[in-house]
Design a protein around this ligand. Sequence first.
Ligand SMILES: CCC(=O)SCCNC(=O)CCNC(=O)[C@H](O)C(C)(C)COP(=O)(O)OP(=O)(O)OC[C@H]1O[C@@H](n2cnc3c(N)ncnc32)[C@H](O)[C@@H]1OP(=O)(O)O
Length: 515
Amino acid sequence: MDIYEKINELYDRKRQIELGGGDDRIAKQHEKGKLTARERIDLLVDEGSFVELNPFVEHRTTDFGMGDLAGPGDGVVTGFGKVNGRDIYLFSQDFTVFGGALGEMHAQKIANVMDLAAKNGAPFIGLNDSGGARIQEGVVSLDGYGHIFYRNAIYSGVIPQISVIMGPCAGGAVYSPAITDFVFMVDKTSQMFITGPKVIETVTGEKISSEDLGGSKVHNAISGNAHFRAASEQEVLQQVRQLLSYLPQNNEEKAPVSDAPDMEDYRADLTEVIPFDAIRPYDVRKVIEQVVDTNSFLEVQPEFARNVVIGLARIKGEVVGLVCNQPKVMAGGLDIDSSDKASRFIRFCDSFNIPLITFEDVTGFFPGIKQEHGGIIRHGAKILYAYSEATVPKITVILRKAYGGAYVALNSKSIGADLVFSWPNAEIAVMGPQGAANIIFSREIAQSDNQEATRAAKIEEYREKFANPYVAAARGMVDDVIDPRETRIKLIQALDMMRNKKETRPTKKHGNIPL
Ligand SMILES: CCC(=O)SCCNC(=O)CCNC(=O)[C@H](O)C(C)(C)COP(=O)(O)OP(=O)(O)OC[C@H]1O[C@@H](n2cnc3c(N)ncnc32)[C@H](O)[C@@H]1OP(=O)(O)O
C-alpha cells in the first residue's frame, strides 16, 4: 500500500462516518421534518468554516449486543467553525446513530469541545436531538451527563452558551440546556420534559401529548424554559446567528460595535408614544423602537411574562441590554415570572459586559394571594440583587410611574444605578395618589360632609406634592429630568461617558442570590 492508497482509505472511512446511521435512518429523519446533524451545522456556520474533531471516536460497550453495532462518531458531531466571521464551538447530536443517545464517548466528545471553547474564549452551541441517556450503557451514560452539566455550570458567565432543541430532549438531559444562557426550540419537532407523557399518566393519571407537555410553545410562553422559537430548523439556526451578532466572545471582551445608523438622534415622536393620562396603557416597544438604532431590537422571551420586555439592541452601534416594564400587560406590574425573567437577563448582561438600560413605568409588585404564596418576596428580591451586583454601566429612564418597592428594585440610584433620568410627566412615590390619599387622609375623608370631593382634593394634593420627578431630583435620586425627545441623545452621551467604567465589589467566593 502506498501513501495515496492510505489517503484514499482515510477518505473512505470519513465518508462512511458522514453517513451516520445510514440512508434509511437519514430518510426517516427527513420524513419527520428534521435535518441531519451535519446539515444543521452547514446552516449554522459560515460556509466552509467547520472543522470536525474526533470523528473516529466509537463507543466501547459490549452489553446488550452493542459490541456488534458500529455507531459512527458515537452519535454526535463536534468541532469548531465561524459565525459572522467569529469563532464558535459546537456539538450536533446525530439522531440517526442510536437515536443520538448519550453514552460515555459521546459525552467525552462534548466535554472536550466545551473545554476548548472555554480555553479559547468563544461561544459554545449545542444542537440537541437525542433519546437521552444511552440505556445500554447504564450509569456510565449518567456520569457522562454529569461531566457536561459541570462544564455548563463552571463555564457559565465565562463564554456564552446556547442550546438549540431540535428533537427530543428528555429526562436529566434537559438540565444542560437549562443551565445555558439561551434556549431555542423548533415548533412541532422539539420537546423538553423531565418525564414523558407515559410516565406522567402512570404516576398521576394525567393525559397529555408530548407537544402539549413540553413543546416549543409551552416552554416559550408558559414555563419560561426557552427564549426563542421558530417555525423551521432553517429559521432557528438563522436566529442563533443573529443572537451571536450581539454577543461578545467571552467575559473579558466587549460586544462587537456596529456602524452607527443614519438616523436622527432627536426623536420628535417620543412625546406621542406615551398617553399623558397616567392610567392608560401603551406598548413600551414603541418607546424602544424610537430610542435604539433602527431595527436593532432583538426581544428575548417575547412570549413569557409579557409584563416585562427584555432584549438586546444597539444604540449608536453599541450593544445594550434593555429591561422595560410593559404597561400594556398587567399595567406593567412585577410578578414572580417577570422577576425571574428580568433578573436572569440582567445577570447575563452583567456577565458579558453589556450595559443595562431600564425603561421604568411600574405600579409596583403585583398584589395577590397566589403571588405571595408563590414566593414573590424571594423572586422579587432577585431583581434587587441582580441590579445591585451588576457592575456594567446601569442607566434608568423613568417614563411615567415609579412606585414603591418596584421603584427601588428597578435600578434606582440607591441600589447602584449610575444614572437615573426621568421624563417630566413621571410620578415617583411610595404608591399611587389614590391609594396614598385614602390611607393618610382617611380621617379627613370620613369626617367630611362631601367625602368624594374631599377625596378628590386630597388625591390632587398628594399628586402635586409627590407624584412628580422633582422631589426625587431635588435629593439627587434622579440625575436629571429630561425632554422625552432627547432620550436617545442622553443615552448616547451616558454610554460614551461610561465607556471605561470600572467598579469593584468586596472579594468573596460568590454571593447567594435568592433562588
Ligand atoms: C439523564 C437521564 C436520562 O436521560 S433519562 C431518559 C432516557 N431516555 C428515554 O427515556 C427516552 C427513550 N427513547 C424514546 O422514548 C424514543 O426513542 C424517542 C426519544 C421519543 C424517539 O422516538 P422515535 O422518534 O420514534 O425514535 P425511535 O424510538 O425509533 O428511536 C430511534 C433509535 O434510537 C434508539 N434510542 C432512542 N432512545 C435511546 C436511548 N435512550 N438509548 C439507546 N437507544 C435509544 C432506538 O432504540 C432506535 O434505535 P434503532 O434505530 O431502532 O436501532
